[in-house]
Ligand binder design. Structure first.
Ligand code: TRP
Length: 452
């Protein structure tokens, strides 16, 4: 634990930066749909249970690894495992982060294009037009690559300014902005005629929908939403100070993430229900369904529609950019510390490599242009490999590592800040890490292949 390592300068900056890494497109395009479709308030309750019983402890574990190592994820794992192969779990985290960045940047770039399209009013038209607009744009060879480069350069600009001057400063600016935009759109959406039906749909508890699949879905979403097992959380935690209360911080980050997810539901459902559209999830929700919803819902108030659409895509871009920054930092810290190069050089290498991967991913979506292996485009392969294989495997091994391999004293020292905190939840935490979390992750993993 070198004292000279840069730290976040303030508690709020540290929480906002970490929450920025966690709050991403998943909060907007996945959580609301899952909640609405799986029993509303009943799902939200289960989700909260998963977040606090499993997500938070796993996040604490990554905090412990990161802060103890005070280094990039690979090195942080090596420091704790003294020559044993556990360091490869850290390496897997770095690799997962790097690969995700390639395709996450493509979608982030799309958000920027839609900010532009909102400004110049290109999104107006009937549903067929909006659908074609997205299909033609995302399959284009030039524009997505252009926006991909723009968003990576934005992230690069932040990263080269370092932890305090870059990541922390940007997060303190971007996260509150995101929150304000979200609140304004929520109000506009809830005031639409018939919006109440959307609120009802989101919150009406329906315990009848409840089954094992729903439970595992909530569990998977809670890990995904907190960005667990991608090296992001532990890399940011390597900049935490020795005074940071790791457990409280994890709770705060989880709260921010959950509030944003629920507000996203309050933004999407009332608007969708007011025009009688049932929302879906994923890219088609934000790039096809919602532009249509905005067009219709604000048909009589075009100026308001223009503002809402612009604010919505600005919000998505911010959410995506803060997550992209956290990914950018994972690989940058790795390169800087392992290859002993400057931060600027490291950040540039990551940016250029991501642009290349992103470009290939983006081109693979163009109609007929990209190679398809096993029925998936390259883009889908990235998504599948990282999200469904690397992530659970890394998460599982991390639980085992902290629960069983790392000496208990180190874990307890980090949890209680060397005995200065009471650490009331330490026993529970360790129990969850040893038994409950690994089994839960295993269940999600097997479930997605239909084996459980
Ligand atoms: N948590 C992000 C979201 O809610 C998704 C995500 C998971 C992510 N892991 C990540 C984003 C790593 C960036 C980096 O959308």
């Amino acid at each position: 634990m070198s004292e000279e390592r840069v730290n976040f300068g303030s508690k709020i900056g540290m929480i906002l930066a970490t929450a920025g890494g966690a709050v991403g497109l998943g909060n907007v395009w996945r959580f609301p749909y899952m909640a609405g479709d799986n029993g509303g308030a009943a799902f939200i309750l289960v989700y909260l249970f998963c977040i606090f019983l499993l997500g938070v402890p796993c996040m604490v574990s990554e905090f412990i690894i990161g802060r103890h190592g005070a280094a990039n994820t690979y090195r942080a794992y090596s420091k704790l495992s003294e020559g044993r192969p556990w360091k490869y779990v850290g390496l897997l985290g770095v690799l997962t982060g790097f690969l995700i960045m390639g395709y996450y940047a493509v979608v982030s770039g799309w958000c920027l294009q839609y900010v532009y399209a909102s400004v110049v009013g290109q999104l107006h038209g009937d549903p067929a037009y909006v659908k074609d607009y997205f299909r033609i744009f995302s399959g284009d060879a030039v524009r997505p690559v252009f926006w991909l480069a723009v968003i990576i350069l934005l992230s690069l600009f932040v990263i080269v300014h370092g932890v305090r001057g870059g990541i922390e400063r940007a997060s303190k600016l971007m996260m509150p902005t995101l929150f304000v935009l979200l609140l304004v759109i929520v109000v506009a959406s809830c005031l639409l005629p018939g919006g109440v039906k959307g609120i009802e749909f989101l919150f009406k508890p329906d315990f009848g929908k409840f089954d094992q699949g729903v439970f595992l879905g909530a569990l998977g979403q809670s890990f995904y939403s907190l960005s667990i097992a991608m090296g992001c959380i532990s890399t940011y935690a390597s900049y935490y100070s020795r005074q940071t209360n790791l457990f409280n911080s994890a709770v705060q980050v989880a709260l921010v993430d959950t509030v944003v997810a629920i507000l996203a539901g309050l933004m999407i459902f009332p608007a969708a229900f007011s025009v009688g559209v049932s929302p879906d999830s994923g890219p088609s929700l934000i790039f096809i369904t919602l532009p249509n919803v905005f067009n219709e819902a604000f048909a009589t108030m075009p100026l308001l529609g223009w503002v809402v659409s612009l604010m919505f895509y600005a919000l998505l871009s911010l959410a995506a950019l803060t997550s992209l920054m956290s990914l950018h930092e994972v690989s940058t810290a790795f390169l800087v510390e392992e290859l002993h190069i400057s931060r600027k050089k490291g950040a540039w290498v990551v940016a250029v490599a991501t642009m290349l991967i992103g470009t290939v991913c983006s081109l693979s979506l163009g109609a007929g242009r990209g190679p398809v292996f096993g029925g998936k485009t390259l883009f889908d392969w990235f998504d599948f490999l990282t999200g469904q294989i690397f992530l659970p495997v890394g998460g599982f091994l991390t639980c085992i590592f902290l629960g069983w391999v790392v000496p208990r004293k180190i874990v307890k020292d980090e949890f209680t800040n060397w005995g200065t905190l009471r650490g009331r939840f330490f026993g529970v935490y360790l129990f969850l890490m040893r038994f409950v979390s690994p089994l839960a992750i295993l269940a999600i993993f097997l479930h997605q292949f239909g084996l459980f």
